[in-house]
Unconditional design. Sequence first.
Lengths: 239, 278, 296
Amino acid sequence: MQIEIDHISKEFGATAALHPVSLSIPSGALVALLGPSGSGKTTLLRILGGLEFPTAGRVLFDATDATNLTVQDRRAGFVFQSYALFRHMTVFENIAYGLRARPRAQRPAKAEIARRVTKLLELIQLPDIGARYPSQLSGGQRQRVALARALAIEPRMLLLDEPFGALDARVRKELRAGLREIHDTTGLTTIFVTHDQDEAMELADLVVVMSMGRIEQIGRPQDIRARPATAFVKEFLAV
Amino acid sequence: MRSPLINRSPLPGMALSAGITLTLLSLVVLLPIGALLLKGATAGLPSLWAEVNTPRIWGALYLSFRLSLIAALINLVFGVALAWVLVRYRFPGRRFLDAAVDLPFALPTAVAGIALTALYAPNGAFGAIARDLGFKIAYTQSGILIALIFVGLPFVTRTVQPVVAEIEREVEEASATLGATRAYTLRRVVLPMLAPAAMTGFALSLARAVGEYGSVIFIAGNIPLKTEIAPLLIVIKLEEFNYVGATAIGIAMLLISFAMLLLINAIQVFSRRRIGYV
Amino acid sequence: MSDAPITHSRPAHRPPTHRPVTTESPGFRYALIAVVVLFLAFLLFAPLVAVFAEALSKGAIEAVTSLANPEATSAIKLTLIVAAVAVPLNAVFGIAAAWLITKYDFRGKALLITLIDLPFSVSPVVAGLCLVLTFGANTAIGGWMVAQGYPIVFALPSIILASMFVTFPFVARELIPVMIEQGRAEEEAALTLGASGWRIFFTVTLPNIRWALLYGVLLCNARAMGEFGAVAVVSGKIRGQTATMPITIEMLYNEYLSVAAFSLAAVLALLALLTLTLKTLLEWRFADQLAAAHRP
């Protein structure tokens, strides 16, 4: 799905988290929102997911205005930084949640839900953990379950907030490859937030560097590396 | 391998603190409860049974337990709602309301008892309204119920409040991004997360209500088989110098307390094991 | 590119006000607030108001005069004596038990904690019964004490014991979580610096737990002064001798001396309000030094 961010701004009380920003994301891209904390990248992601609403500006999905679409109707697969798994539900129940929450008329049959969950467990390469509780999983497993749960609703896009933030270096590397693979299989427009430039550069097709609520540069990783557009980008990449 | 009975510690004071703890615990709690059990053992099961096995005592135990259960259920519902309102909503007077929830803990039961009676008796402010509508609150089982709700009110709220405060917003947001309506999120995500704490509060409130005396006897009317609670029967037996009778009811109530203590522990162990938190 | 001026070429698009996804609709919120406020109004606030209204129903003078009557004054005195003995003893117990439980590792700790908590789940009347069966005149201990001229039951000692029983876990319960959270490092550091046990306690531990201790003592005191069921069983309700304030309230009430009963009740209600106020202030002011459950 093609995403158009059109002069989006966001104010929390008197402070501006986002100055009007505009950004066009081609269908099927894997995009990194890169920046230090407080740069507005998570706010932008949450606006796309329908968890925050912009103070001004529009969001268009495939050229249709989606600014006022409720979070429930957006069908954005959202993976939270803390994963936000439901601790009182098994992995199976977590993944099935979005399907079971649908109104009766649109809810798939029990067997169909089971089939889809099994397929997703295979996709994340954890076929045998359906009966476990989140507390019994490692950090990397939790992240993948959160991803599978987001994919279960057949999302129109995938939004990930610091998806590898809470993991150690080795698992992080492994899961990066996993995300790339899932992106390539599903073909979903995928946007993830990160403060780690290596992660952004290695994984994304398109990197959006942000600072202080503004977009500093948009471009392919190699272009940004070769030609930093602003002093900030130069300095940020140098670290 | 079993851990040693006592791990050596460099900090002094173990003997002294153990001495004080065990002496006072024995003198104030263990010895008296032991005396009750010993009295029961000397009397023998048959005579205890004979004392308990009368319609009046069964009636009182059943009444106490049944009304306590209803009161605890009402407190469960309102306690969860109250905890939610106090943690999640911002409105004028919230902090005052929050502080006031503990009133039943701080207000002596006898004071609560006469105050509730004054209000809900047929000539009281609320009782008069009820009388005009054709029913009676004080000196009936409804009166007992009101007193029991009063004494058990803070338990559920106070156990659930910290759990509500700890729910990560992201979990609720996750539910919404997956397409769930707010009502579905509350039912399937929030309430199950509150359930273990709510059940603990429920059990505490129930335990308190079953043993409650001070606030109930004034409003109850104390009519045998109708509004006579179990603790009152102990007092009556003692006034008749029927120590075996009092012991029998006392042991029965102690057993109910222990059962509830076990229930609370089981809830906590169960939820900790399964979900990794209480 | 985002440094572009904020001026829009198209009319500024203002979305309708959205509420955060983690809140309920305003209608639901107001309804729920209204329900719980009504619930508390009927069950909590109305009785509190009733106490003072009944006490003052024949005027303030009548209410105050009734408190000056010897029955009331002796009840107030007795209640103060009971609290003055029972509360410090329970505070000492609470500190000792919390020190034992949090500073050392030994087997049976969980059982000890359960036993300390036991009085919470025992009916006050059963507690009174237990004391009568232990220290009553027809028991070995009680009989001997009566022979020595110091009866326990139907006298001051049993009232103190009953008050201690029902408030037994209060202080320990407040201190244990706080002391667990604080760990042992500070005490061990003091030890390596050569401090004695008492010095460690007074200079390191006590400053860390004082507000939690005060919190526990406050609750313990309120309950000890107001205890009814257990005291009703052990005191024998001897007028002017073993009738505490709550017992006297019952006697006056049963004699239809409404103003006198409610005036005495109002004194206890004021104490309860004072307790709640201090407790709330502690929670606001010293939240970091109280058990996690009491942090607003």
